[in-house]
Design a protein around this ligand. Structure first.
Ligand code: ADP
Ligand code: MG
Length: 257
């Protein structure tokens, strides 16, 4: 199962959600690969991996310069591997423009290694460019994190349009797994209003689990830790565990249907 975590807005919780949900799934006994597909390499750094030391990354694999098996690293956690990224991944966006099968590189990558994993999560960059297109062409599902703030829905129609276009032109099995509201602060009216608005817009797709705003979540990566390691009993720690369960139930239902 391949899940692209995507939203062209930056700072909405894509990386935080990818890194932590991958951890929850791995803790639950599933074999998980997280593909860092953002040139900023935040997922890689969050897991305590120094980007400067890497010879083989997502870039080399997408460009056909390295085998995926040679680039994948274990994160130091059971069943949880990562394909790390560094800054030169930004070059792939340009270099791929004129390359053969330019939309299908990630799909080939996943086909190479997919059998080893129950779940492959792809942490997408904050744009709808060729890297995100590659992720969507490789994915079964899209998970969309939305930040609970003013203008949260802005840009969502564009993302939805891109997903529809990929479904029609490239990858008919792609569907939206769900929208997860992040950085929720229940004390503010605004956060509640935003959730209501998204519920109206996406009644079937919004997850019941809301990820609360919590300094524990933003502190964890500075120790190279997941929230499940840093403070599993915090509200955010419990919320990510609950979101993992909700995702699995949704996927189970869809597969069974
Ligand atoms: P994206 O990958 O979409 O750019 P990130 O996951 O990197 O977003 O999150 C952006 C910033 O917000 C980071 O500094 C992160 O630590 C912080 N953040 C993410 N989720 C939460 C949360 N639930 N509570 C508080 N801070 C958060
Ligand atoms: Mg990110």
């Amino acid at each position: 199962m391949v899940i692209a975590v995507s939203n062209q807005k930056g700072g909405v919780g894509k990386t935080t959600t990818s890194v932590n949900i991958a951890g929850i799934l791995a803790q639950g006994g599933l074999q998980v690969l997280l593909v860092d597909c953002d040139p900023q390499g935040n997922a890689t750094t969050s897991l305590g991996i120094a980007k400067g030391d890497l010879d083989n990354t997502t870039y080399e694999v997408l460009m056909g310069l390295s085998d995926a098996h040679d680039a994948i690293l274990n994160t130091g956690r059971e069943r949880y591997d990562i394909l790390p990224a560094g800054e030169h991944l930004a070059g792939a966006m340009i270099e791929l423009t004129s390359a053969e099968r330019r939309e299908w590189r990630m799909n080939s990558l996943v086909e190479q290694i997919g059998a080893k994993y129950d779940y492959v999560l792809i942490d997408c960059p904050p744009s709808l460019g060729l890297l995100t297109l590659n992720a969507l062409c490789a994915a079964d599902y899209v998970l969309i994190p939305l930040q609970c703030e003013y203008l949260a829905l802005e840009g969502l129609a564009q993302l939805k349009g891109t997903i529809d276009r990929v479904q029609e032109q490239f990858n008919s099995r792609l569907s939206i797994l769900g929208v997860v509201m992040t950085m929720y602060d229940g004390r503010t009216n605004l956060a509640q209003q935003v959730v209501e608005e998204v519920r109206r817009y996406f009644p079937q797709r919004i997850f019941n689990t809301l990820i609360p705003r919590s300094v524990r979540v933003s502190e964890a990566p500075s120790y190279g830790q997941l929230i499940a390691e840093y403070d599993p009993q915090s509200r955010a720690g419990l919320a990510y565990a609950q979101l993992g369960q909700e995702m699995l139930r949704r996927i189970g239902k869809k597969v069974a249907a």
